[in-house]
Design a protein around this ligand. Structure first.
Ligand code: SF4
Length: 85
């Protein structure tokens, strides 16, 4: 049994999404597959459950609430494209 998002999660399927690779392996072992239903404690899982997407900066153990993740995402997308003007 593994996380319900396993088939679509970028952490699983995008090479280099987490560096180093050993950290990615640890996340997968600790959150995605081995410990029954521990994916419920994964911030990527929690964020996706609420927002129906998950920003790339969110890792399973990021020390932010989903509200804080939303705020950070909103701030990132509202930055000016060309800040030199
Ligand atoms: S536990 Fe988290 S990182 Fe792992 S597949 Fe699910 S959402 Fe992705």
């Amino acid at each position: 049994m593994h996380c319900p998002n396993y088939s679509t999660c970028q952490l699983i399927h995008v090479s280099g999404f987490v560096k180093p690779e050993t950290l990615r392996d640890t996340y997968i072992s600790d959150f995605c597959i081995n410990i029954p239903e521990n994916w419920k404690n994964c911030k990527r899982f929690q964020t996706h459950s609420i927002l129906h997407f998950c920003p790339d900066f969110v890792l399973p153990d990021i020390p932010l609430s989903v509200d804080e993740i939303m705020d950070r995402f909103d701030n990132e997308i509202s930055l000016p494209i060309n800040s030199t003007k």
